[in-house]
Structures are given as structure tokens and as C-alpha cells.
Write a protein that binds this ligand. Structure first.
Ligand SMILES: NC(=O)c1ccc[n+]([C@@H]2O[C@H](COP(=O)([O-])OP(=O)(O)OC[C@H]3O[C@@H](n4cnc5c(N)ncnc54)[C@H](OP(=O)(O)O)[C@@H]3O)[C@@H](O)[C@H]2O)c1
Length: 225
């Protein structure tokens, strides 16, 4: 059992929290408006959940999921995340986030931006390529024939092992896409983004095996953001 800190408790954060509690983990939720605004979600999740500030959620988590709009990544608390495994779900939507020149010209990736902001954390990109409702509906126990896989990317092998174990507990296999600099392979508009798991907005979604995910990652073409 692990404590999962969530910085951001919206579509993806609340879905990860639900899966984590179902898997027996404790969760500490946070958002921008304060713990009092998360009481309904905490009540739904039960005694394994509590709400806190982002700094408290960061300090409490063995694994911390950063799942805020990309424009807010610099608000993520730095000091309490030193030495921790941080999962970065964030995607770049300039119409929502504003224009980031280094993403537009392809000189960096969203995962590397968060890693620069958190130099002592071990950032692993994950959960960013699946619609949150498919993340909820496609979770399956280990060994299921229709289990789906999710890609990860990161520079620290121990952090990637921890995330692989965490994903396994939630109901997913993992495909290692390589170092953090390779996380463009799973960014918006690449073959592995959303579509392998079904049509955006339509449930219940389509299971995507590790082989499907591996082939989609390999088919990605380098383009700016
Ligand atoms: N939606 C999806 O299916 C999906 C799938 C994969 C990846 N993603 C990516 O994952 C990220 C989160 O997406 P989402 O759909 O879950 O977004 P969302 O539903 O809008 O939730 C965003 C969460 O972040 C919190 N937040 C915003 N600014 C913050 C700050 N400065 N400090 C702390 N918390 C802050 C919000 O809190 P308040 O409400 O209190 O402001 C909210 O809890 C985005 O980068 C998105 O592109 C989304």
C-alpha cells in the first residue's frame, strides 16, 4: 500500500484517486481552491482519502501525480517533491495554456518542463494519453486477456519501476517509451494519444494491449508540440 498525493483533482486526478482507493492505496487530494472544495470527493472516496493543500499532498505522497493544466505547472511545490517519484499527466493545449515557444519549436517536451521545475524529483510521464473516462472503464486485473497498457517515459529506472508497479495495481500494464525526452511520442496528435483506447467521448472504450501501444509509440513522427 502506497500513499498517492494528487496535485490537481479534476477529471484525471479524481479518476486516478478512485482507481487508487479501489486498489487499496491512500490518497491525499489537492487543488487550487483549497481542501474545503474537495469534501464531496473525499466523502465519496471514504476513509482512505483526505484533502489538503498542494504542498501537503506533495509531502504526504510516496508517489505524487501532477495533473493540472500545463499553464499552472510552475505552481507545483518544489521543495516537498525533492527525491520523490512524480507522475506528470499534463498535455499542452496552447488555446488553454498559452503559447510555450520551447514546445512549439520542439526543443523540449512537457515532461522535461516539469522536470526542470522539479530538479530533485524523479519525473515520469504517464496517464497523459488516455481520456479520463477510458482510464476508469478499461482498468482490468492482472492477467486479464483484455488488459490495456499505458506508456511511460522517464530518466530514473527506479522511478519507472515504482510507476509500473503502481499502474499494475490500478489495472494497467506499462510500456516503457524511454527517457523523458522521448515523451513527445505520446503527446497530443500522436498515434498513441487517446485513439487506441476508443473514441473520445464514447464509452466503454476499446482495450489497447502492450503490443498496440508499443507499435503506436514506434509510429510517432517527431513534430513540434
Ligand atoms: N481530461 C482528460 O481526459 C485528460 C487525459 C490525460 C491528460 N490530461 C491532462 O491532465 C491535466 C489535468 O487535466 P484534467 O482534465 O484533469 O483537468 P481539470 O479537470 O481541469 O482539473 C484540473 C485540476 O487542477 C487543479 N489546479 C489548477 N491549477 C492549479 C494550481 N495552480 N495548483 C493546484 N491545483 C491546480 C484544479 O483545481 P481547481 O478546480 O481548484 O482550480 C483541478 O483540480 C491537463 O494537463 C490535461 O491536459 C487530461
Amino acid at each position: 500500500m502506497t500513499t498517492i498525493g494528487l496535485i490537481g483533482s479534476g477529471n484525471i486526478g479524481s479518476t486516478v484517486a478512485r482507481l487508487a482507493v479501489a486498489a487499496g492505496h491512500d490518497v491525499v487530494l489537492s487543488n487550487s481552491r483549497g481542501p474545503q472544495t474537495l469534501q464531496d470527493l473525499v466523502a465519496e472516496l471514504g476513509p482512505k482519502a483526505r484533502a489538503a493543500t498542494p504542498a501537503e499532498a506533495a509531502a504526504a505522497g510516496d508517489i505524487v501525480v501532477v495533473t493540472v493544466p500545463l499553464r499552472a505547472y510552475r505552481d507545483v511545490p518544489v521543495e516537498p517533491l525533492a527525491g520523490k517519484v512524480v507522475i506528470d499527466t499534463n498535455n499542452y493545449y496552447p488555446e488553454r495554456d498559452g503559447v510555450f515557444d520551447a514546445l512549439e519549436d520542439g526543443s523540449t517536451t512537457t515532461g522535461e518542463l516539469l522536470q526542470q521545475h522539479l530538479p530533485q524529483a524523479h519525473v515520469v510521464k504517464g496517464f497523459n494519453n488516455i481520456w479520463f473516462d477510458h482510464l476508469r472503464t478499461l482498468a482490468r486485473p492482472a492477467g486479464s486477456a483484455d488488459r490495456s497498457a499505458l506508456p511511460i517515459a522517464g530518466d530514473d529506472p527506479a522511478a519507472k519501476r515504482a510507476v509500473t508497479e503502481f499502474f499494475d495495481s490500478l489495472g494497467y500494464d506499462t510500456v516503457d517509451a524511454g527517457p523523458l525526452a522521448e515523451n513527445w511520442r505520446a503527446q497530443r496528435d500522436t498515434p498513441v494519444y487517446v485513439t487506441p483506447y476508443g473514441v473520445f467521448g464514447e464509452l466503454p472504450g476499446t482495450p489497447a494491449s502492450a503490443q498496440v501501444v508499443r507499435e503506436a509509440l514506434a509510429a510517432a513522427k517527431p513534430t513540434a508540440a
